[in-house]
Design a protein around this ligand. Structure first.
Ligand SMILES: Nc1ncnc2c1ncn2[C@@H]1O[C@H](COP(=O)(O)OP(=O)(O)O)[C@@H](O)[C@H]1O
Ligand SMILES: O=C(CO)[C@@H](O)[C@H](O)COP(=O)(O)O
Length: 497
């Protein structure tokens, strides 16, 4: 049996799945938590990755591995391969003004034309401009910029401060397209935009990860000519090699293990689900995302739809919200209920929550672009202010933001024949039931699973066989369309945009 490993280094945790290459069956898995906060030292991700790999029984019998991860986070490295400051994550809104400044300087239409996307605070380019303005000494030291999955792949291969070969950073089109200094039509970086962000005359000397094709791979540092700083040793049990890290953080890896390019988490999920044109994926994790695989790029000059690339050579127009599963976490805590009880309460209320409407901008919002916003509960009356209505209003408000996202995708020509609901909160039956009331498209809930890690595992399989695997997807539920216009009508009536 040939095994491949897929990793999802997401906002809240790191998940590892080991799959059988032929059938796609999950053979074993592991996970570990990430610290909370919108600014995180990448060493915590590395530590969580090591823990999750150990929890999954190690990688010493896998043929290939690939890392998917949260998009956009700024991992700035100096010339000695050290992380200059904690990474700013996709949900850190401090670069909102930097986004406005860059749009002023470049123009929204030009940004959309050159990169597919108009920047908001989430995107890497705005974080680099924030660094240049707020921490110029740190900005002056930037020798390379990586994304979370690029940096983890580099570390896993045996590079790092102990072996700082910046030129060995690798990535893929999907994650590169989330920087807003990459043009996924030309498959090349826009270094003029990068220089503008860093306030430098040129950024030609800044190392950016090499963008690999889906069937391209790299080997470990010990097996990469000219990069032998990490001394090879032999692992007796497997006859393989160990990537030695003087900091004592080695992960045993088999000889000749292949490292696939990795991907942004949403593109990896699309791959893991086998999404095809006509499928729209709604992911409800820390972020809420709505996206689709398309054959041509989106270029939305209004900035609502991000014109990303996918991980298989197509495109991935996407709308993201900052407020998704954690709204349900917060309301569960408020109601002193666990997720199961929250769902039970929500389903005991009527569609429309008796007029209660939760606009869930608890962490500011990205879509609509309101980084300073806060959440608001509208429609409080003696009749509506009950635990069931509040539980339902939380789910309805969260889903209405995503339904607006689907409308925006459609305005870019995306066809929605069915909607695949994934992510931590999709496991709640109340979420899928209410989704069938909010979206006027058939909803399909795949079996609970780590679809980002599944997509990364598919990338790993791809670099072993040379072609994309077709692994089956089991469905958990297909709730009948039960569209209740009252939910979106009420939400629209209170909309702050
Ligand atoms: N049954 C459930 N109902 C509602 N929320 C849930 C449920 N199970 C998990 N979650 C929430 O889903 C989130 C984790 O989802 P995940 O997709 O792994 O997030 P991320 O990829 O952003 O790290 C957490 O906020 C968790 O509390
Ligand atoms: O910013 C985006 C997409 O543009 C987010 O989707 C991040 O990629 C984080 O994803 P999760 O950790 O919430 O799954």
């Amino acid at each position: 049996m040939t095994l491949v490993a897929g990793i999802d280094s997401s906002t809240q945790s790191c998940k590892v799945v080991i799959r059988d290459l032929d059938s796609g069956a999950v053979v074993r898995s592991g996970r570990a938590s990430h610290p909370s906060g919108t600014e995180v030292d990448p060493e915590f991700w590395w530590e969580a990755l090591r823990t999750a790999i150990a929890d999954a029984g190690g990688l010493d019998d896998v043929a290939a591995v690939s890392v998917g991860g949260q998009q956009h986070g700024m991992v700035a490295l100096d010339a000695s391969g050290r992380v200059i400051r904690p990474a700013l994550l996709w949900n850190d809104t401090r670069s909102a003004q930097a986004a406005l400044d860059l749009i002023d300087e470049v123009g929204a239409a030009d940004f959309a034309e050159r990169t597919g996307t108009v920047p908001v605070a989430s995107f890497t380019i705005t974080k680099l401009r924030w660094l240049a303005d707020a921490e110029p000494d740190n900005a002056a030291r930037v020798a390379a910029v990586a994304l979370p999955h690029d940096w983890l792949t580099w570390r896993l291969r045996g590079f790092g401060p102990h072996n700082p070969v910046l030129a060995e950073l690798i990535t893929d089109r999907s994650d590169a397209s989330g920087t807003t200094y990459f043009d996924s039509s030309r498959n090349d970086y826009d270094r003029a935009l990068l220089a503008l962000a860093l306030r430098r005359p040129t950024a030609d000397d800044v190392v950016l990860p090499a963008v690999l094709q889906p069937d391209e791979f790299r080997l470990a540092a010990t097996e990469t000519p000219g990069n032998a700083a990490a001394t090879p040793t032999t692992t007796p049990a497997t006859g393989g090699s160990t990537v030695v890290d003087p900091a004592g953080t080695s992960i045993p890896l088999p000889a000749r293990i292949r490292f696939a390019p990795g991907a942004g988490d949403n593109a990896a999920a699309a791959l893991g689900l086998g999404a095809v044109p006509g499928d729209v994926v709604v992911s409800i994790g820390t972020s809420g995302t709505v996206f689709a695989v398309t054959e041509s790029p989106a270029r939305d000059a209004t900035g609502v739809v991000a014109g990303f690339a996918d991980a298989a050579g197509n495109y991935l127009p996407l709308v993201a919200t900052l407020n998704a599963a954690r709204i349900l976490d917060a309301i569960s805590t408020l109601l002193d209920a666990d997720h199961t009880e929250l769902g039970r309460l929500a389903l005991s209320a009527e569609p429309g929550s008796a007029g209660a409407v939760l606009q869930p901008y608890f962490e500011g919002e990205r879509t609509p672009n309101l980084p300073q916003a806060t959440g608001t509960l509208f429609g409080m009356t003696l009749a509506s202010t009950t635990r069931p209505n509040l539980a339902r209003a939380a789910i309805e408000g969260m889903l209405c933001g995503l339904a607006d996202g689907l409308d925006a995708l459609r305005s870019q020509g995306v066809v929605a024949s069915r909607l695949l609901l994934i992510g931590g909160a999709a496991q709640n039956p109340a979420v899928s039931t209410i989704a069938a009331q909010v979206f006027s498209v058939p909803v399909v809930v795949p079996e609970p699973g780590e679809y980002v890690a599944a997509g990364a595992a598919a990338q790993a399989a791809w670099v072993v066989t040379g072609s994309r695997p077709t692994w089956p997807i089991a469905l958990l539920a297909e709730p009948a369309v039960d569209f209740r216009p009252v939910i979106r009508d009420q939400y629209r009536a209170v909309a702050v945009v």
